[in-house]
Ligand binder design. Structure first.
Ligand code: PLP
Length: 296
């Protein structure tokens, strides 16, 4: 399967269990994990118009930022390779140089040039002065911020919401998503849906402001859930892993422990504890990320 011919629309699948029946809600999962084998889920949605823009501008290269387990770096490397555009990845953490994990090895195999910087320097990744410096250093590449989260990304995510509306025959009461940078949540809000965003990081309250900043004018309502982080970004415990295993046994759907398992855990908890009114319809987005799955 080619990167440019993804599986779209992705399936919408109903989930049932005793707690869901008791609460009288309708729960569906939007299978964006099935979009593409390497560029999975929301990274494909977010990159689509960014890449088209880079192509239209005949950019010599795409430069972007990420941590060592970044699904976004992975996706950008694969996409650049498929489109014949050179990619440069700026990686957080000098100490990783020469000790590359499978994500970074994959990026290199796709032709991505990797540059490692200190965590201190990485913190400047949104500063205009720093980006000018980086742009000069790398000869004017097309710059895409961490997570691929740009105004153009919102347009790609909105297309996913369009599919949901068509498949369900209406806009659901809520669309749930995991949040890292908040770009996916912003795209869903911009398309007019109410969003339940589950922070994958500890102290995720800042996401409300970041999401707001991405929105030209907010049409949906945002509910930010910040208590289901399991200790912080890329942290998890046995309870979460057990939940993932049970989920796979029951529904035949694989989750990963960085984003999607935390969202479903949180959502099931809210359903069980009576958070939703009866007859509420909820679509949870499986944002993918399975190529980064750490099997434990
Ligand atoms: C990157 C990622 C997210 C977070 O998306 P944001 O738009 O950065 O909030 C969620 N789920 C998966 C699987 C991801 O790879």
């Amino acid at each position: 399967m080619d990167l440019l011919t993804p599986t779209i629309p992705t399936p919408l699948q109903r989930l049932r269990n005793a707690d869901i029946e008791n609460a009288g809600v309708q729960l569906y999962v939007k299978r964006d994990d099935l979009i593409h084998p390497t560029v999975s889920g929301n990274k494909w949605r977010k990159l689509k118009y960014n890449l088209l823009e880079a192509q239209n501008r005949q950019a010599k290269a795409i430069l972007t930022f990420g941590g060592s387990y970044s699904n976004h770096l992975y996706a950008t490397a694969a996409a650049g390779n498929a489109l014949g555009i050179k990619t440069i990845g700026i990686v957080r953490g000098l100490e990783l140089e020469g000790r590359e994990n499978s994500t970074l090895q994959f990026c290199r195999s796709q032709g991505m040039e990797l540059h490692f910087i200190t965590r201190e320097e990485y913190r400047q990744r949104h500063s205009d002065a720093y980006l000018r410096h980086i742009s000069e250093q790398f000869d004017g590449p097309c710059l895409i911020p961490e997570g691929g989260t740009t105004p153009l990304a919102l347009k790609g995510v909105a297309e996913m919401v369009g599919e949901v509306k068509e498949q369900l025959g209406k806009m659901p009461d809520f669309i749930a998503t995991a949040a890292g940078t908040g770009g996916t949540a912003a795209g869903i809000l911009a398309a007019g849906a109410n969003v339940l965003a589950f922070s994958a990081l500890k102290g995720g309250d800042f996401l409300a402001g970041d999401i707001q900043n991405l929105l030209p004018e907010q049409s949906g309502n945002l509910t930010l859930l910040t208590d289901y982080h399991f200790g912080g970004y890329a942290r998890w415990d046995k309870e979460l892993l057990t939940f993932m295993q049970d989920f796979r046994t029951q529904y035949g759907i694989q989750l990963e422990q960085v984003y999607t398992a935390k969202m479903f855990y949180g959502l099931f908890d809210l359903i069980k504890t009576g958070y939703f009114k009866r007859n509420t319809s909820i679509v949870a987005v499986h944002t993918g990320g399975l190529q980064g799955l750490i099997t434990v």
